[in-house]
Design a protein around this ligand. Structure first.
Ligand SMILES: [Zn+2]
Length: 125
């Protein structure tokens, strides 16, 4: 099996960490929409800057902050699974479906905390 060196999510650039997180338009859009759902409105930057921002902003107990690390982990994991499904199972990328899966994943990861669960319930779809 020959695997292309190009990003299968956007078909426009070589697949490298810097591209996937977050130069890739597909992944950048997912991350932006996930953050918007969590009531964070910001310009998405490079992996290093996003990671620094998440580390800084996830301090504190407010549910909005507590959800950031789980969200970053979810977008990384979800992107990798989507990429592998496209390569090895020939599935087409479905951003809306993947975003719903990521939201569900975040909700199930944090259900142990009533405060966070209540906050998520207030976010809507
Ligand atoms: Zn891409």
């Amino acid at each position: 099996m020959t695997v292309s060196a190009d990003c299968v999510l956007c078909n426009s650039m070589a697949e490298m960490r810097e591209h996937l997180f977050f130069e890739c338009t597909f992944v950048r859009d997912l991350w932006h929409r996930l953050l918007k759902w969590l009531k964070w409105d910001r310009q998405i930057q490079s992996w290093d800057l996003e990671w620094q921002w998440v580390k800084k902003m996830s301090r504190g107990k407010h549910p909005k902050r507590a959800l950031l690390k789980a969200s970053l982990a979810t977008v990384v994991y979800g992107t990798w699974v989507e990429r592998n499904n496209m390569i090895f199972k020939q599935k087409a990328a479905q951003g809306d479906h993947l975003l719903r899966q990521m939201k569900l994943h975040i909700c199930t990861r944090v259900r142990y905390s009533q405060a966070i669960f209540s906050y998520i319930c207030s976010l809507g779809n």
